[in-house]
Write a protein that binds this ligand. Structure first.
Ligand SMILES: *Cc1c(COP(=O)(O)O)cnc(C)c1O
Length: 356
């Protein structure tokens, strides 16, 4: 049976990218060695690092003056590295859920944190709008896609301060106005690569403003200076990122990815809105994530929860259980999810509706 991977992360990657990684693990570039067992400083691996970093810039149209890093630690370590390196006095955070709160918690260790707005009152099922942003912030931190609740900022905000974006789960799914950000980061395992590497796009000239001592490994300047090779980088996930970036580029870049994302979202939300059994948890249409589509059973059908999960699993739908904070179902539709996969999910929902 064909399986459709709707998992939120680690996530689906293009088959071709997985195959190329598998092949490079067995024999990298025909050198008779695995990409996993050669020196990261060798003449064989260096081009991988160089190309992956260059492709991030090219695919996302990153302006001059930014560096791209591939580090370990996940987006969660960035929650602390960001304020360590950028928070002089006061930072703003847009509270759109669990990840934003975790980022805020770390920032409080380093300075004053202003919660500019929050959607906690409705369990983060919408994106706050029309909020005031103090002009004296060192930065405003935003989570552009809220993986757990299925809300997304589809456009980069217009605010009077510099932004920092956690783009873990929507990077490379749309064009980004990088110039508005001092830093963009994320765990790669949602839409870029396998788990084990974090991508960071950082504006060079904003570093060095904080007075505090920064441990060597947590200082972005260390990694910029050493070309993202201060210590041994996660070589295999970086290889996969490079192959995936090649795939994105060959398939029309982020413009094409955005178009596909919209198409997928229309198919799945269309069915959620039509089907008598289900409703979407995010009501405001413009806040609905293209990446993580959350839906629940209507109250009168609430006891069908386990039955639908089994019904869908039996038809090859993998990873659609909703996050425990939201319940219900979540169909994650990252770049590699096909229209065919979305249609298969819709068919499953229709069949289940007919049964009840
Ligand atoms: C998954 C996720 C994180 C955490 O990423 P790790 O790499 O596991 O630390 C942070 N932010 C968002 C938006 C996420 O989806």
């Amino acid at each position: 049976m064909k399986k459709y991977n709707f998992g939120a992360g680690p996530c689906i990657l293009p088959r071709e990218v997985i195959e190329k990684t598998a092949s490079a693990i067995l024999d990298f570039n025909g050198i008779g060695l695995s990409v996993a067992e050669i020196s990261h400083r060798s003449k064989d691996f260096q081009p991988v690092m160089d190309e992956a970093r260059a492709l991030v810039k090219e695919v996302l149209n990153v302006p001059e003056g930014y560096s791209v890093l591939f580090l370990g630690g996940g987006a969660s370590l960035e929650f602390c590295m960001i304020p360590f390196n950028f928070l002089v006095k006061k930072a703003g955070y847009l509270n759109t859920g669990v990840w934003a709160k975790k980022a805020m918690k770390e920032a409080k260790l380093f300075g004053e944190v202003v919660e500019v707005a929050s959607s906690a009152d409705e369990n983060f099922t919408y994106i706050p709008k029309n909020f005031e942003v103090p002009t004296d912030l060192d930065y405003l931190h935003v989570t552009t896609n809220n993986t757990i609740y299925g809300t997304e900022l589809h456009k980069d905000l217009d605010v009077p301060v510099r932004m920092i974006g956690d783009m873990s789960s929507d990077i490379f799914s749309r064009p980004v106005d990088v110039a508005k950000y001092d830093c963009i980061y994320g765990g790669a395992q949602k839409n870029l690569s396998m788990a084990g590497v974090t991508f960071i796009i950082i504006k060079d000239d904003v570093l060095g403003r904080v007075q505090r001592e920064i441990p060597t490994m947590l200082d972005y300047r260390t990694h910029i200076k050493k070309g993202s090779m201060f210590n041994t980088p996660p070589v295999v996930p970086i290889y996969t990122a490079m192959e995936n970036l090649r795939w994105i580029k060959a398939n029309g870049g982020v413009q094409a990815m955005q178009k596909l994302a919209k198409e997928r979202a229309e198919i799945v939300y269309g069915e959620i809105d039509r089907n008598k059994l289900f409703h979407g948890t995010v009501k405001c249409e413009e806040d609905r994530s293209y990446m993580n589509i959350c839906f629940v059973l209507n109250d009168e059908y609430a006891d069908l929860q386990d039955e639908f999960f089994k019904f869908a699993t039996d038809r090859g739908m993998v990873g659609i259980k909703g996050h425990r904070d939201v319940g219900g179902f979540r169909a994650s539709c990252y770049n590699a999810m096909t229209i065919e996969g979305c249609k298969a999910l819709v068919e499953t929902m229709k069949e289940f509706e007919a049964k009840h």
